[in-house]
Design a protein around this ligand. Structure first.
Ligand code: ADP
Ligand code: MG
Length: 627
C-alpha cells in the first residue's frame, strides 16, 4: 500500500489532482460547519450581485441567493451523487461480470446479450428514458446514471474473469473442494479488484458530468436544492448579462472532473503491474550504453570476445550490479558453458551482447563485446538488428512463450528468414522443411502446418533451435534451452546441438545451472556467481579438480546414478542481492573455507595454464590443479 502511494506521488499530475480533489472533498464535507448563509433563502432585492461586492464573495444569483453557499452545498451534493453512482455501477457491474465470466456457457450468453442490449442505446438517451419513467429527482438521476454505466463495468470485468477462471490456481482451489462462492470470493475477486478500482477512478468524473447534465435539464435535483448541474441550468438565461452565475458552477465542475481524471490516470498507472515495474515508457530498441572507462581492445581470443562487461539495472535510486566485469571468449566450433545459480547474471550477460537487455532499467556501464573484431556494445541499432538472428542467434528456455501462438511454425520459420533476406514462398517452404529436418523433426512436410500448441515441449524446442539456425548464424546463445524439458528429451536436444556445432562449425554459448549438462556438451565452462566469473577453464579439468569452493559445491549438488551412496550437499544460504554486494568475495558468507582476508578486499581473477579462478583460499591450489 505504501509502495502504491509512493508510486502515485511520483506522478506529478496525479499528485496535483489528488491534492486539489482532497481540498474540494474536505470543503464539501465541512460545508455544514462553515459560516455560510442559507443557500436557499431568496432575497429578490439583492439579485445578481457581482462577486466581491455587497458583502458577498461570489455574488448572488437571479433570486438573490448567496452563490458561495449554493456552490458549496451544490458541490457536496454533486460529489455525493457522482461517487454513489460510481460505487453502485461498479458493484453491480462487477458482480454481473464475474458471474458471467466465471460460469460461462449459457449463463454468460444470456447475461451478456442483456448487457449488449443496454449498450446498444446511446446512453444519455437511456438515462433520460429511465428518469422519465421514474420521474425527475436526484435519487432517480443517480439510479439512471448508475444503470447506464453498469454495462461498461460488466464487460470489462467479465473479460478479466474469463482469463482468470481457467488459471491453474483456480483449478487447484476446485480440487481442494472449495465451493464456487468461496472460489469467487477468495480467488477471483482479489484479482479483479484492481481492475474495478481502475475502471472506477477513470469513470467517476464522467458520472459526475452525466449527473450534472441530467440536473441541467431539470431532471435531477429539484429547486430550491442546488447541485452543480441545476445551478448551471438556472444561470443559463443570464449567461450573457450576468456570466458569473454560470462561471462559478462551471469552473467547479471543471476543477472536479480534471482533478479526478488526473488522479484516476495516476491510480491506473500505479496499479497496473505492467506499468508498475519500471518506467512508464516502452523499452528502447537496444540496451542503453553509458561507458565512462576505456573500451578494451580485441585480443583475437575468439569469434566472440566479451571483455570486462558490466551491466546494471537502475531502478529508482537503487543500482543492481547484475553483471560486474565478465570476460568470455568463444571460438568457431567451440561450446562454452556458463553455469551458476539462478540470479547469478547469466541471462543478463548473454542478452547484453546483442543489446537485448530492456532499457530502462538496464544500462551497460562498461566493457566490450567484440564480434569478429567489431565492438557490438553501443553499435548503431541498424547494425545490431542486422546481426540479431543472422550472425548471433538465441534459443530461450520456454519455446511456448517465444513462438507466436497464432501462426503455424512453418510461417514463423519463413518470417525469421525474411527478417534478413527476401525469399519466395516456395523457397521459404522448402527451407522450413529442411530446417525442421535438420533438427530431426519427423514428417517435416506436414509438421510445418502445425501450430505451436499442437507440438510437445521437446518438439517446440526443436522448432526454437531450427529458428535459431534459419539464417546460418555463426554463434548460438542458448539460455537454459533444456530446463523445461524432461531428461530423455533433454539428452536428445543436447546431442542435436552437439552434432550441429560439429557439422556447421557453430560456436555455442550454453547457459545452464546443471553441471551434468555442462559435462555432456561443453568444451570449456565459466562459473558465475553474483554477476562475476569465479572460475573458468576446460570442462574436463574443472570436473576433475574444481578450484573454487563454489564450483566444488555446485558439483556436489549433482546426483550420480549408480555411483553408490553419496551425500547430496545443498549449498546453505542464498546468493547476495546484487544491489548490496559485500566488499571482498561475494561467496564468503556461504563458503566453508572462508577466512578473514576473504572479506577484506576485492578478489582478483587469477589466470594460469588455461584456467582462471577468483579465490584466495581455494579447494586445491591452482598450480596443483594444473599440474
Ligand atoms: P540468471 O543467472 O538466473 O539468468 P539473470 O541474468 O536473469 O540471472 O539476473 C541477474 C540479476 O539481475 C538478478 O539478481 C536479478 O535480480 C537482476 N535483474 C534482472 N532483471 C532485472 C530488472 N529488470 N531489474 C532489476 N534487477 C534485475
Ligand atoms: Mg536466466
Amino acid at each position: 500500500m505504501t509502495a502504491f502511494l509512493k508510486l502515485l506521488a511520483r506522478n506529478r499530475l496525479a499528485l496535483a489532482g489528488g491534492i486539489v480533489l482532497s481540498v474540494v472533498v474536505v470543503l464539501a464535507v465541512l460545508t455544514p460547519l462553515l459560516p455560510l448563509p442559507d443557500p436557499d433563502v431568496t432575497n429578490t432585492s439583492n439579485r445578481y450581485v457581482r462577486p466581491f461586492s455587497g458583502g458577498t464573495i461570489l455574488g448572488t444569483d437571479h433570486l438573490g441567493r448567496d452563490l458561495l453557499a449554493r456552490l458549496m452545498w451544490g458541490t457536496r451534493l454533486s460529489l455525493a451523487v457522482g461517487f454513489a453512482a460510481a460505487i453502485v455501477a461498479a458493484t453491480i457491474g462487477a458482480a454481473i461480470g464475474i458471474i458471467a465470466g466465471f460460469y460461462g456457457g449459457r449463463t454468460d450468453n444470456i447475461i451478456m446479450r442483456g448487457v449488449d442490449m443496454l449498450m446498444a442505446f446511446p446512453y444519455i438517451l437511456l438515462a433520460l428514458a429511465i428518469v422519465a419513467a421514474l420521474g425527475p429527482g436526484l435519487l432517480n438521476a443517480l439510479i439512471a446514471v448508475a444503470a447506464v454505466n453498469v454495462p461498461f463495468f460488466a464487460r470489462n470485468i467479465r473479460g478479466i474473469t474469463v482469463g482468470i477462471a481457467h488459471k491453474e490456481f483456480v483449478d487447484a482451489a476446485r480440487l481442494a473442494g472449495l465451493s464456487n462462492t468461496r472460489i469467487i470470493l477468495s480467488e477471483i475477486l482479489p484479482n479483479v479488484v484492481p481492475v474495478i478500482v481502475i475502471a472506477m477512478s477513470t469513470t467517476i468524473g464522467w458520472m459526475i458530468l452525466e449527473t450534472a447534465g441530467l440536473s441541467f435539464l431539470g431532471l435531477g435535483s429539484q429547486p430550491p436544492q442546488a447541485d452543480l448541474g441545476s445551478m448551471l441550468g438556472e444561470a443559463r438565461s443570464a449567461l450573457i448579462t450576468n456570466p458569473h452565475t454560470s462561471i462559478v458552477p462551471g469552473v467547479m465542475i471543471l476543477i472536479i472532473v480534471m482533478s479526478i481524471n488526473l488522479l484516476g490516470d495516476g491510480i491506473r498507472d500505479a496499479l497496473d503491474p505492467r506499468l508498475k515495474s519500471g518506467a512508464l515508457s516502452r523499452p528502447m530498441a537496444a540496451t542503453r550504453v553509458a561507458r565512462d572507462g576505456p573500451v578494451p581492445q580485441p585480443t583475437g581470443a575468439g569469434l566472440l570476445e566479451v571483455q570486462q562487461l558490466e551491466t546494471q539495472f537502475h531502478v529508482k535510486d537503487r543500482i543492481y550490479r547484475a553483471v560486474g566485469g565478465v570476460d568470455l571468449a568463444v571460438k568457431p566450433g567451440e561450446c562454452l558453458g556458463i553455469i551458476g545459480e539462478s540470479g547469478s547474471g547469466k541471462s543478463v550477460t548473454a542478452l547484453s551482447v546483442m543489446g537485448l537487455v530492456a532499457s530502462p532499467p538496464g544500462v551497460i556501464t562498461g566493457g566490450a563485446a567484440h564480434y569478429d573484431g567489431a565492438d557490438l556494445i553501443g553499435a548503431p541499432y541498424r547494425k545490431l538488428r542486422q546481426m540479431r538472428g543472422n550472425k548471433v542467434a538465441y534459443i530461450f528456455q520456454d519455446p511456448l512463450a517465444t513462438l507466436h501462438p497464432l501462426y503455424r511454425v512453418g510461417d514463423q520459420l519463413i518470417e525469421a528468414i525474411r527478417a534478413h533476406r527476401p525469399i519466395s514462398n516456395e523457397d521459404g517452404r522448402a527451407k522450413a522443411i529442411e530446417l525442421l529436418d535438420s533438427v530431426r523433426i519427423p514428417n517435416a512436410e506436414s509438421r510445418i502446418r502445425d501450430y505451436p500448441h499442437e507440438m510437445s515441449g521437446g518438439m517446440r524446442q526443436r522448432v526454437g533451435i531450427a529458428m535459431a539456425l534459419a539464417n546460418d548464424p555463426d554463434i548460438i546463445i542458448a539460455d537454459e534451452p533444456t530446463t523445461a524439458l524432461d531428461v530423455t528429451v533433454q539428452a536428445q536436444i543436447l546431442s542435436l546441438l552437439d552434432d550441429l556445432r560439429r557439422s556447421r562449425g557453430l560456436a555455442i554459448v550454453f547457459i545452464t545451472h546443471d553441471f551434468g549438462v555442462v559435462a555432456q556438451l561443453c568444451d570449456r565452462v565459466a562459473v558465475m556467481y553474483a554477476g562475476r566469473i569465479v572460475e573458468e577453464g576446460p570442462t574436463a579439468a574443472i570436473l576433475d579438480t574444481p578450484v573454487h569452493p563454489y564450483t566444488a559445491k555446485l558439483m556436489a549438488c549433482v546426483p550420480e546414478l549408480g555411483a553408490g551412496k553419496r551425500r547430496l550437499a545443498a549449498i546453505p544460504g542464498l546468493p547476495p542481492a546484487v544491489d548490496k554486494l559485500p566488499k571482498g568475495c561475494a561467496f564468503a558468507d556461504r563458503c566453508h573455507r572462508v577466512q578473514d582476508d576473504c572479506r577484506a578486499q576485492d578478489i582478483a581473477l587469477r589466470r594460469d595454464g588455461g584456467r582462471a579462478v577468483r579465490c584466495i583460499h581455494p579447494e586445491t591450489p591452482l598450480t596443483k590443479a594444473i599440474a
